[in-house]
Design a protein around this ligand. Structure first.
Ligand code: PLP
Length: 385
Protein backbone atom coordinates (compact mmCIF):
# COMPACT_ATOMS: atom_id res chain seq x y z
CA UNK A 1 0.00 0.00 0.00
CA UNK A 2 1.20 3.56 -0.72
CA UNK A 3 2.57 5.61 2.18
CA UNK A 4 1.30 8.98 1.04
CA UNK A 5 -2.27 10.03 0.31
CA UNK A 6 -2.93 10.54 -3.41
CA UNK A 7 -5.34 13.50 -3.67
CA UNK A 8 -8.31 13.21 -6.02
CA UNK A 9 -7.06 16.20 -8.04
CA UNK A 10 -4.03 18.51 -8.15
CA UNK A 11 -3.29 21.42 -10.51
CA UNK A 12 -0.22 21.40 -12.79
CA UNK A 13 1.43 24.67 -11.79
CA UNK A 14 5.16 25.24 -12.26
CA UNK A 15 7.61 28.14 -12.59
CA UNK A 16 6.02 29.26 -15.87
CA UNK A 17 2.74 30.20 -14.15
CA UNK A 18 4.48 31.48 -11.02
CA UNK A 19 6.80 33.78 -13.04
CA UNK A 20 3.92 35.08 -15.18
CA UNK A 21 1.81 35.87 -12.11
CA UNK A 22 4.81 37.61 -10.49
CA UNK A 23 5.34 39.60 -13.69
CA UNK A 24 1.70 40.72 -13.53
CA UNK A 25 2.02 41.70 -9.88
CA UNK A 26 5.07 43.82 -10.72
CA UNK A 27 3.53 45.35 -13.84
CA UNK A 28 1.19 47.72 -12.04
CA UNK A 29 -1.89 46.32 -13.83
CA UNK A 30 -3.40 43.47 -11.83
CA UNK A 31 -7.08 43.48 -12.73
CA UNK A 32 -8.75 43.01 -16.15
CA UNK A 33 -6.25 44.25 -18.73
CA UNK A 34 -3.78 43.16 -21.42
CA UNK A 35 -3.28 39.58 -20.20
CA UNK A 36 -7.00 38.95 -19.86
CA UNK A 37 -7.57 40.23 -23.41
CA UNK A 38 -4.71 38.09 -24.71
CA UNK A 39 -5.95 34.98 -22.90
CA UNK A 40 -9.43 35.47 -24.41
CA UNK A 41 -7.95 36.02 -27.87
CA UNK A 42 -5.78 32.88 -27.76
CA UNK A 43 -8.58 30.79 -26.25
CA UNK A 44 -11.08 31.89 -28.94
CA UNK A 45 -8.52 31.14 -31.66
CA UNK A 46 -8.01 27.63 -30.30
CA UNK A 47 -11.81 27.12 -30.21
CA UNK A 48 -12.04 28.59 -33.74
CA UNK A 49 -14.66 31.09 -32.57
CA UNK A 50 -14.97 34.78 -33.38
CA UNK A 51 -15.49 35.96 -29.78
CA UNK A 52 -14.67 35.08 -26.18
CA UNK A 53 -15.76 36.76 -22.94
CA UNK A 54 -13.33 36.09 -20.06
CA UNK A 55 -15.12 35.82 -16.71
CA UNK A 56 -14.49 34.72 -13.13
CA UNK A 57 -16.21 31.29 -13.40
CA UNK A 58 -18.07 28.94 -15.69
CA UNK A 59 -21.13 29.68 -13.57
CA UNK A 60 -20.84 33.35 -14.60
CA UNK A 61 -20.37 32.34 -18.25
CA UNK A 62 -23.54 30.21 -18.12
CA UNK A 63 -25.53 32.97 -16.43
CA UNK A 64 -24.42 35.60 -18.96
CA UNK A 65 -25.06 33.24 -21.90
CA UNK A 66 -28.63 32.62 -20.81
CA UNK A 67 -29.32 36.32 -20.26
CA UNK A 68 -27.68 37.33 -23.53
CA UNK A 69 -29.69 34.62 -25.33
CA UNK A 70 -32.85 36.26 -24.00
CA UNK A 71 -33.82 33.67 -21.37
CA UNK A 72 -35.99 35.12 -18.61
CA UNK A 73 -39.07 34.72 -16.41
CA UNK A 74 -41.69 32.36 -17.80
CA UNK A 75 -39.21 30.43 -19.96
CA UNK A 76 -38.09 26.84 -19.51
CA UNK A 77 -34.55 25.59 -20.06
CA UNK A 78 -33.81 21.89 -20.54
CA UNK A 79 -30.61 20.49 -19.09
CA UNK A 80 -29.07 17.34 -17.65
CA UNK A 81 -29.61 16.26 -14.04
CA UNK A 82 -26.09 14.77 -14.16
CA UNK A 83 -24.23 18.02 -13.59
CA UNK A 84 -22.95 20.38 -10.93
CA UNK A 85 -25.71 22.44 -9.33
CA UNK A 86 -24.53 25.68 -10.94
CA UNK A 87 -25.81 24.62 -14.38
CA UNK A 88 -29.34 24.57 -12.96
CA UNK A 89 -28.88 27.40 -10.43
CA UNK A 90 -28.17 29.93 -13.20
CA UNK A 91 -31.44 28.98 -14.91
CA UNK A 92 -33.20 29.81 -11.63
CA UNK A 93 -31.29 33.14 -11.43
CA UNK A 94 -32.70 34.25 -14.81
CA UNK A 95 -36.23 33.66 -13.53
CA UNK A 96 -36.71 30.70 -15.91
CA UNK A 97 -37.63 27.17 -14.82
CA UNK A 98 -35.09 24.32 -15.00
CA UNK A 99 -36.40 21.19 -16.73
CA UNK A 100 -34.30 18.04 -16.62
CA UNK A 101 -33.97 15.44 -19.37
CA UNK A 102 -32.52 12.04 -18.47
CA UNK A 103 -29.12 10.80 -19.62
CA UNK A 104 -27.76 8.15 -21.93
CA UNK A 105 -26.54 5.62 -19.33
CA UNK A 106 -23.47 4.74 -21.39
CA UNK A 107 -21.91 8.22 -21.78
CA UNK A 108 -23.87 9.84 -18.91
CA UNK A 109 -24.54 12.75 -21.31
CA UNK A 110 -28.03 14.16 -21.85
CA UNK A 111 -30.13 11.94 -24.13
CA UNK A 112 -31.53 13.86 -27.16
CA UNK A 113 -34.68 11.68 -27.19
CA UNK A 114 -35.35 12.73 -23.57
CA UNK A 115 -34.75 16.40 -24.48
CA UNK A 116 -37.40 16.31 -27.17
CA UNK A 117 -39.90 14.70 -24.77
CA UNK A 118 -39.50 17.68 -22.37
CA UNK A 119 -40.04 20.49 -24.88
CA UNK A 120 -43.12 22.67 -24.36
CA UNK A 121 -44.21 25.98 -25.87
CA UNK A 122 -42.32 27.69 -23.02
CA UNK A 123 -38.96 26.06 -23.76
CA UNK A 124 -36.39 28.66 -24.73
CA UNK A 125 -33.02 26.94 -24.51
CA UNK A 126 -31.11 23.69 -24.01
CA UNK A 127 -27.93 23.37 -21.91
CA UNK A 128 -26.10 20.18 -22.89
CA UNK A 129 -23.35 19.34 -20.38
CA UNK A 130 -20.30 17.62 -21.85
CA UNK A 131 -19.94 15.27 -18.90
CA UNK A 132 -16.40 14.25 -17.87
CA UNK A 133 -14.96 15.81 -21.04
CA UNK A 134 -16.92 13.83 -23.65
CA UNK A 135 -18.98 15.93 -26.09
CA UNK A 136 -22.75 15.34 -26.19
CA UNK A 137 -24.56 14.20 -29.35
CA UNK A 138 -24.46 17.74 -30.76
CA UNK A 139 -25.85 16.98 -34.26
CA UNK A 140 -29.05 15.65 -32.73
CA UNK A 141 -29.24 18.46 -30.14
CA UNK A 142 -28.72 21.19 -32.76
CA UNK A 143 -31.37 19.57 -35.00
CA UNK A 144 -33.88 19.59 -32.11
CA UNK A 145 -32.99 23.23 -31.35
CA UNK A 146 -33.46 24.31 -34.92
CA UNK A 147 -36.76 22.39 -35.26
CA UNK A 148 -38.19 24.10 -32.15
CA UNK A 149 -36.43 27.49 -32.44
CA UNK A 150 -34.34 27.06 -29.26
CA UNK A 151 -31.00 28.52 -28.20
CA UNK A 152 -28.19 26.10 -27.24
CA UNK A 153 -25.80 27.06 -24.42
CA UNK A 154 -23.13 24.39 -23.96
CA UNK A 155 -21.73 23.62 -20.52
CA UNK A 156 -18.17 22.66 -21.43
CA UNK A 157 -16.77 23.10 -17.89
CA UNK A 158 -15.13 19.69 -18.31
CA UNK A 159 -14.29 19.88 -21.97
CA UNK A 160 -11.80 22.50 -23.20
CA UNK A 161 -10.71 21.63 -26.75
CA UNK A 162 -12.70 18.40 -26.83
CA UNK A 163 -13.91 17.61 -30.35
CA UNK A 164 -17.21 16.47 -31.79
CA UNK A 165 -16.93 14.91 -35.26
CA UNK A 166 -13.63 16.75 -35.81
CA UNK A 167 -14.97 20.15 -34.63
CA UNK A 168 -13.46 21.65 -31.51
CA UNK A 169 -16.09 22.70 -28.94
CA UNK A 170 -16.74 26.42 -28.67
CA UNK A 171 -18.73 27.38 -31.74
CA UNK A 172 -21.31 24.63 -32.20
CA UNK A 173 -24.13 26.02 -30.02
CA UNK A 174 -25.02 29.70 -29.57
CA UNK A 175 -22.53 29.97 -26.69
CA UNK A 176 -20.12 27.60 -24.94
CA UNK A 177 -19.00 27.96 -21.32
CA UNK A 178 -15.70 26.73 -19.90
CA UNK A 179 -14.37 26.46 -16.33
CA UNK A 180 -10.83 27.13 -15.09
CA UNK A 181 -11.55 26.07 -11.51
CA UNK A 182 -8.59 24.56 -9.60
CA UNK A 183 -9.32 20.94 -10.60
CA UNK A 184 -10.11 21.61 -14.26
CA UNK A 185 -8.02 20.64 -17.32
CA UNK A 186 -6.82 24.26 -17.60
CA UNK A 187 -6.82 26.28 -14.39
CA UNK A 188 -6.65 29.93 -13.37
CA UNK A 189 -7.56 28.94 -9.75
CA UNK A 190 -11.05 30.30 -10.43
CA UNK A 191 -12.14 31.46 -13.85
CA UNK A 192 -14.28 30.86 -16.88
CA UNK A 193 -14.76 31.71 -20.56
CA UNK A 194 -17.77 32.18 -22.80
CA UNK A 195 -17.13 31.59 -26.51
CA UNK A 196 -19.53 32.42 -29.33
CA UNK A 197 -19.78 33.31 -33.01
CA UNK A 198 -22.86 35.47 -32.37
CA UNK A 199 -21.79 39.13 -32.33
CA UNK A 200 -24.90 40.38 -30.55
CA UNK A 201 -24.70 37.69 -27.86
CA UNK A 202 -21.01 38.54 -27.40
CA UNK A 203 -21.67 42.26 -27.01
CA UNK A 204 -24.47 41.75 -24.50
CA UNK A 205 -22.55 39.16 -22.46
CA UNK A 206 -19.41 41.30 -22.48
CA UNK A 207 -21.30 44.40 -21.30
CA UNK A 208 -23.12 42.41 -18.60
CA UNK A 209 -19.83 40.92 -17.36
CA UNK A 210 -18.72 44.28 -15.88
CA UNK A 211 -21.68 46.16 -14.41
CA UNK A 212 -23.17 46.91 -17.84
CA UNK A 213 -20.55 49.62 -18.45
CA UNK A 214 -19.91 50.97 -21.92
CA UNK A 215 -16.11 50.81 -21.45
CA UNK A 216 -14.10 48.53 -19.20
CA UNK A 217 -11.49 49.97 -16.81
CA UNK A 218 -8.53 49.05 -19.01
CA UNK A 219 -10.04 51.10 -21.85
CA UNK A 220 -10.75 54.01 -19.49
CA UNK A 221 -7.49 54.23 -17.56
CA UNK A 222 -5.08 53.83 -20.49
CA UNK A 223 -3.23 56.73 -22.15
CA UNK A 224 -5.97 57.26 -24.71
CA UNK A 225 -8.84 56.45 -22.33
CA UNK A 226 -11.51 58.73 -20.99
CA UNK A 227 -13.03 59.01 -17.52
CA UNK A 228 -16.50 58.98 -19.07
CA UNK A 229 -18.66 55.85 -19.20
CA UNK A 230 -22.30 54.96 -19.36
CA UNK A 231 -24.29 52.11 -17.83
CA UNK A 232 -26.26 50.35 -20.56
CA UNK A 233 -27.50 47.32 -18.61
CA UNK A 234 -27.77 46.32 -14.95
CA UNK A 235 -24.75 44.04 -15.17
CA UNK A 236 -22.66 41.92 -12.84
CA UNK A 237 -19.13 41.86 -11.40
CA UNK A 238 -18.08 38.77 -13.37
CA UNK A 239 -14.84 39.95 -15.03
CA UNK A 240 -11.67 37.85 -15.13
CA UNK A 241 -8.52 39.72 -14.02
CA UNK A 242 -4.91 39.65 -15.20
CA UNK A 243 -3.55 37.55 -12.31
CA UNK A 244 -5.90 34.77 -13.41
CA UNK A 245 -5.17 35.27 -17.11
CA UNK A 246 -1.41 35.13 -16.43
CA UNK A 247 -1.88 31.56 -15.20
CA UNK A 248 -4.27 30.78 -18.03
CA UNK A 249 -1.87 31.90 -20.76
CA UNK A 250 0.83 29.54 -19.45
CA UNK A 251 -1.67 26.70 -19.03
CA UNK A 252 -2.74 27.13 -22.66
CA UNK A 253 0.88 26.87 -23.82
CA UNK A 254 1.25 23.45 -22.21
CA UNK A 255 -2.28 22.17 -22.84
CA UNK A 256 -1.28 19.50 -25.37
CA UNK A 257 1.32 17.97 -23.04
CA UNK A 258 -1.11 18.04 -20.08
CA UNK A 259 -3.83 16.45 -22.21
CA UNK A 260 -1.48 13.70 -23.39
CA UNK A 261 -0.92 12.72 -19.73
CA UNK A 262 -4.68 12.62 -19.04
CA UNK A 263 -5.15 10.44 -22.14
CA UNK A 264 -2.42 8.07 -20.94
CA UNK A 265 -3.96 7.70 -17.46
CA UNK A 266 -7.40 7.02 -19.02
CA UNK A 267 -5.86 4.42 -21.36
CA UNK A 268 -4.15 2.64 -18.44
CA UNK A 269 -7.40 2.58 -16.43
CA UNK A 270 -9.41 1.39 -19.44
CA UNK A 271 -6.94 -1.43 -20.05
CA UNK A 272 -7.21 -2.53 -16.41
CA UNK A 273 -10.96 -2.15 -15.88
CA UNK A 274 -12.74 -2.74 -19.20
CA UNK A 275 -14.53 -6.08 -19.05
CA UNK A 276 -14.01 -6.55 -15.29
CA UNK A 277 -17.09 -8.34 -13.91
CA UNK A 278 -17.61 -5.83 -11.08
CA UNK A 279 -16.81 -2.62 -12.97
CA UNK A 280 -18.18 -0.51 -15.81
CA UNK A 281 -15.36 1.49 -17.41
CA UNK A 282 -16.34 4.77 -19.11
CA UNK A 283 -16.82 4.55 -22.86
CA UNK A 284 -15.50 7.16 -25.31
CA UNK A 285 -17.62 7.34 -28.47
CA UNK A 286 -15.78 6.87 -31.77
CA UNK A 287 -16.77 10.27 -33.19
CA UNK A 288 -15.40 12.45 -30.36
CA UNK A 289 -12.12 13.57 -28.85
CA UNK A 290 -12.73 13.00 -25.12
CA UNK A 291 -10.53 15.19 -22.87
CA UNK A 292 -10.90 13.06 -19.73
CA UNK A 293 -11.52 15.71 -17.11
CA UNK A 294 -12.97 12.88 -15.04
CA UNK A 295 -12.63 9.12 -15.05
CA UNK A 296 -16.15 8.09 -13.97
CA UNK A 297 -15.90 4.40 -13.22
CA UNK A 298 -19.07 2.60 -12.10
CA UNK A 299 -19.64 -0.41 -9.87
CA UNK A 300 -21.87 -3.02 -11.47
CA UNK A 301 -25.01 -3.44 -9.35
CA UNK A 302 -25.11 -6.52 -7.12
CA UNK A 303 -21.63 -7.91 -7.87
CA UNK A 304 -19.75 -6.57 -4.83
CA UNK A 305 -20.92 -6.95 -1.22
CA UNK A 306 -20.24 -3.24 -0.54
CA UNK A 307 -21.85 -0.11 -1.96
CA UNK A 308 -20.21 2.89 -3.63
CA UNK A 309 -19.77 4.81 -0.35
CA UNK A 310 -17.95 1.90 1.30
CA UNK A 311 -15.85 1.43 -1.85
CA UNK A 312 -14.64 5.05 -1.60
CA UNK A 313 -13.94 4.57 2.12
CA UNK A 314 -11.78 1.53 1.30
CA UNK A 315 -9.91 3.52 -1.37
CA UNK A 316 -9.20 6.17 1.28
CA UNK A 317 -7.87 3.49 3.65
CA UNK A 318 -5.48 2.59 0.84
CA UNK A 319 -4.45 6.28 0.61
CA UNK A 320 -6.30 6.98 -2.64
CA UNK A 321 -8.64 9.97 -2.93
CA UNK A 322 -11.82 9.60 -5.01
CA UNK A 323 -15.01 11.54 -5.59
CA UNK A 324 -18.53 11.29 -7.06
CA UNK A 325 -19.87 13.17 -10.12
CA UNK A 326 -22.62 14.04 -9.61
CA UNK A 327 -25.41 13.85 -7.08
CA UNK A 328 -28.19 14.37 -9.68
CA UNK A 329 -29.45 17.94 -9.29
CA UNK A 330 -33.13 16.95 -8.94
CA UNK A 331 -32.26 15.06 -5.71
CA UNK A 332 -31.13 18.21 -3.88
CA UNK A 333 -33.58 19.70 -1.37
CA UNK A 334 -33.90 23.09 -3.10
CA UNK A 335 -34.98 21.48 -6.39
CA UNK A 336 -37.34 19.06 -4.67
CA UNK A 337 -38.95 21.74 -2.52
CA UNK A 338 -39.23 24.46 -5.20
CA UNK A 339 -40.09 22.32 -8.25
CA UNK A 340 -41.44 19.06 -6.79
CA UNK A 341 -38.77 16.77 -8.25
CA UNK A 342 -38.41 13.44 -6.47
CA UNK A 343 -36.28 10.31 -6.44
CA UNK A 344 -37.33 8.09 -9.35
CA UNK A 345 -37.92 10.97 -11.80
CA UNK A 346 -34.70 10.33 -13.75
CA UNK A 347 -33.86 6.62 -13.46
CA UNK A 348 -30.82 6.63 -15.75
CA UNK A 349 -29.14 9.49 -13.87
CA UNK A 350 -29.99 7.96 -10.50
CA UNK A 351 -28.72 4.53 -11.60
CA UNK A 352 -25.43 6.02 -12.85
CA UNK A 353 -25.02 8.05 -9.64
CA UNK A 354 -25.56 5.03 -7.40
CA UNK A 355 -22.45 3.20 -8.61
CA UNK A 356 -20.26 6.09 -9.76
CA UNK A 357 -16.71 6.50 -8.44
CA UNK A 358 -14.52 9.21 -9.98
CA UNK A 359 -10.90 8.05 -9.83
CA UNK A 360 -7.94 10.46 -9.73
CA UNK A 361 -6.90 11.51 -13.25
CA UNK A 362 -4.48 14.41 -13.68
CA UNK A 363 -1.17 15.13 -15.39
CA UNK A 364 0.90 15.19 -12.20
CA UNK A 365 0.16 11.53 -11.47
CA UNK A 366 3.25 9.36 -11.96
CA UNK A 367 3.16 5.89 -13.53
CA UNK A 368 3.47 4.51 -9.99
CA UNK A 369 0.47 6.56 -8.83
CA UNK A 370 -1.63 5.18 -11.69
CA UNK A 371 -0.56 1.62 -10.89
CA UNK A 372 -1.38 2.19 -7.19
CA UNK A 373 -4.93 3.26 -8.10
CA UNK A 374 -5.41 0.26 -10.39
CA UNK A 375 -4.07 -2.13 -7.76
CA UNK A 376 -6.26 -0.63 -5.03
CA UNK A 377 -9.42 -0.85 -7.17
CA UNK A 378 -8.71 -4.46 -8.20
CA UNK A 379 -7.87 -5.44 -4.59
CA UNK A 380 -11.15 -4.06 -3.27
CA UNK A 381 -13.08 -5.87 -6.03
CA UNK A 382 -11.26 -9.12 -5.20
CA UNK A 383 -11.94 -8.75 -1.46
CA UNK A 384 -15.63 -7.93 -1.92
CA UNK A 385 -16.48 -9.89 -5.08
C1 PLP B 1 -20.50 20.52 -15.25
C2 PLP B 1 -20.11 21.77 -14.54
N1 PLP B 1 -20.68 22.93 -14.90
C3 PLP B 1 -20.36 24.10 -14.31
C4 PLP B 1 -19.45 24.14 -13.29
C5 PLP B 1 -19.14 25.46 -12.62
O1 PLP B 1 -17.83 25.86 -12.87
P1 PLP B 1 -17.20 27.07 -12.01
O2 PLP B 1 -16.75 26.53 -10.72
O3 PLP B 1 -16.05 27.56 -12.87
O4 PLP B 1 -18.26 28.10 -11.89
C6 PLP B 1 -18.82 22.97 -12.87
C7 PLP B 1 -17.83 23.03 -11.77
O5 PLP B 1 -17.32 22.10 -11.27
C8 PLP B 1 -19.16 21.76 -13.50
O6 PLP B 1 -18.59 20.60 -13.13
Amino acid sequence: MRDEFLPFALPSIDDAEIDEVADTLRSGWITTGPKTHEFARVFAARCKTAYAVPVNSCTAALHLSLLAAGVGPGDEVVTSPMTFCSTANVIVHTGATPVFADIDPETMNIDPVEIEMRITDRTKAIIPVHYAGQPCAMDKIMAIASKHGLRVIEDAAHAPFAEYKGRVLGGIGDATCFSFYATKNITTAEGGMLTTNDEQLYKTASTLSLHGLSDHAWDRYGESGSWYYQVHLAGFKYNMFDLQAAMGLKQLEKFDALQARRDAVAAAYNAAFTGHPALIAPVARGNVKHVWHLYPMRLRTGVLDIDRGAFIDELRLKNIGASVHFIPVHLHPFYQERYGFKAGDYPAAEGAYEGEVSLPIYPRMSEADVQDVIEAVLDICEKHG
